[in-house]
Write a protein that binds this ligand. Structure first.
Ligand code: ADP
Length: 256
């Protein structure tokens, strides 16, 4: 495991919660520039795997590498600053703040304090502010949030809030984006929008995407490859159509 073009690789990842084994020997390679799907029934370990990758629940066994560098045990905010951004299943925006200010909050991962940075702070802040404004405007354009930019975030529809969350994640300029069930609670039209924005953002910003989704149709529509989990174990992995049509996957879904 650990092929040369993998941006993220997990090898032999195991995670227990007390006596519950949530992940058993999970290994995967996500290639630079692809959209990789993480599929499986409820309770199969998808969120736990993402929490392992993003540092919230470091695995007790196994290795996780991002761009070749081990990130086991690295704290979540450090992992974010290394270039992995994530959205959560439930919208987690800052109420009382505008759409624009919520997106700007995403810059935090980027503005890490250091002795050197404070020495050059004013010079740096001025430079960064111009860059930051350009970057944020690019994202607002890309996700078509122009007309909502000054709205308080709690008054806009849920579909649009999801888009703001995506924008906030992108504002950190990640190289890898992790989406946890981005379509949850969306109607059909909103789902189609989100799919299109994910594809547009991926192209425009040269991203690699890991997406958790339990709707097989969404996975087959946008993913290059996929991993299917059941009871914390890998039951299929590979090109998306092969993975989701694997007999073990069909059995797991029908068997419940
Ligand atoms: P999925 O995201 O596929 O629905 P999860 O990763 O949330 O699955 O859960 C996998 C298993 O791990 C479940 O049995 C769940 O109860 C357990 N689990 C997840 N997080 C915790 C936690 N913080 N404490 C205890 N058990 C957990």
């Amino acid at each position: 495991k650990g092929s040369a073009d993998a941006i993220l690789s997990c090898s032999g990842v195991n995670r227990w919660f007390g006596g519950v084994r949530a992940l058993t020997d999970v290994s995967l390679d996500i290639r630079q520039g692809e959209i990789f799907g993480l599929v499986g029934p409820n309770g199969s370990g998808k969120t736990t795997l993402v929490n392992s990758i993003t540092g919230f629940y470091p695995p007790q066994q196994g290795t996780i590498r991002f761009e070749g560098r081990p990130i086991n045990g690295v704290r979540p905010h450090r992992i974010a600053s290394l270039g992995i951004a994530r959205t959560f299943q439930n919208v987690a925006l800052f109420k009382g703040m505008s759409v624009l200010d919520n997106i700007l909050m995403g810059r935090h991962a980027f503005m890490r304090p250091s002795a050197l940075a404070s020495l050059f702070y004013w010079w740096w802040a001025e430079k960064d502010e111009i860059r930051q404004r350009d970057k944020v405007e690019e994202i607002i354009d890309l996700l078509q949030l122009e007309s909502a930019r000054d709205e308080p975030v709690e008054v806009i529809p849920l579909g649009l809030q999801k888009r703001v969350e995506l924008a906030r994640a992108l504002a950190a300029e990640p190289r890898m984006l992790i989406l946890d069930e981005p379509m949850a609670g969306m109607n059909q039209e909103e789902k189609e929008y989100i799919v299109r924005f994910i594809l547009d953002a991926k192209e425009a910003l040269n991203l690699t995407v890991l997406i958790i989704e339990h709707h097989m149709d969404v996975i087959t529509a946008i993913c290059d490859r996929a991993l299917v989990l059941n009871n914390g174990r890998m039951i299929a992995e590979g090109p998306v159509r092969e993975a989701v049509n694997h007999p073990a996957v069909i059995a797991a879904y029908i068997g419940g």
